[in-house]
Design a protein around this ligand. Structure first.
Ligand code: ADP
Ligand code: MG
Length: 258
């Protein structure tokens, strides 16, 4: 018997109304996500990936359907969800410590215990000695880690990451994805990553959801099993099954180069 899903996306459709007219962004998306899973959402540019993540975060209300987390319907932003937008969005005038504490501050939960947890996260991930530095003094990879720690600080049960690594150069991205995956695994977080990078998705995920062109609907769902000695994204890129997965998904990705 299957356990109950942590997140249930039920028949979501989204139509934007703007002065330029209507945009059908998503059509009849249904999806179950289980505790501890790492899910990637891939699809052509503009197919509605960010829209879907925003709906799961409770930031926008879908035109149709709903999202349940632990059986409860979400109707706005919730502490169950940690959302990390595309750019790291650290405040330049706040130190790394002040940035990491932001979510807790907003929720009025800046307890001693919470502060110790954040200090521990910073120590574990090599940022404690930079706690009084400002974001501009850190490398792109360090800022990305700081943003992730800020998201973890509120102890959400699900992490939603939108193109979390796209702003980084290729070398940095490989290192940072390894670090971030390790942090996520150690903290036993359920994760949904939006990415346009198929290799990144294969190297990190348990399952990949492929969306069609706009309006995005679920085109296919792939279960990824890779034979790799150490389960890090970088090592998993060398797995014998990697290129087979890549070719399958690449062929089905509806890229219209016009
Ligand atoms: P993706 O993240 O897959 O690139 P998005 O979810 O950002 O796609 O956008 C899907 C479609 O919806 C795009 O055509 C985009 O222009 C449109 N869109 C996104 N946000 C809005 C908005 N607030 N108002 C009108 N159209 C929007
Ligand atoms: Mg997007």
């Amino acid at each position: 018997m299957n356990p109950k899903p942590l997140v249930e996306v039920k028949d979501i459709s989204m139509r934007y109304h703007s002065p330029q007219g209507e945009v059908n962004a998503l059509k009849n998306i249904s999806l179950d996500i289980y505790k501890g899973e790492f899910i990637s959402i891939v699809g052509p540019s503009g197919c509605g990936k960010s829209t879907l993540l925003n709906i799961m975060a409770g930031l926008i209300t879908p035109s149709q359907g709903n999202v349940l987390i632990e059986g409860a319907k979400i109707s706005g932003p919730t502490t169950a969800v940690g959302y990390m937008p595309q750019s790291d969005q650290l405040f330049p005038w706040r130190t790394i410590w002040q940035n990491a504490m932001l979510g807790l501050e907003i929720q009025g939960k800046k307890t001693l215990e919470a502060q110790e947890y954040v200090a521990q996260l910073l120590k574990n991930y090599g940022l404690y000695e930079f706690k009084n530095s400002y974001p501009s003094q850190l490398s792109g990879g360090m800022r990305q880690r700081a943003a992730l720690i800020r998201t973890l600080a509120i102890n959400p049960s699900i992490l939603l990451l939108d193109e979390a690594f796209s702003a980084l150069d290729y070398q940095t991205r490989l290192v940072v994805t390894d670090e971030v995956k390790q942090i996520i695994t150690e903290n036993k977080k359920t994760t949904v990553l939006v990415t346009h990078d198929i290799s990144e998705a294969i190297s990190m995920s348990d399952r990949i959801i492929l969306l069609t062109n706009r309006p995005g609907s679920v085109k296919n769902i792939y279960t990824i099993e890779l034979t790799c000695s150490t389960k890090t994204p970088l090592k998993c890129r060398e797995a014998p099954e990697f290129s087979k997965h890549f070719n399958t998904i690449w062929k089905e990705l509806d890229v219209n180069v016009k």
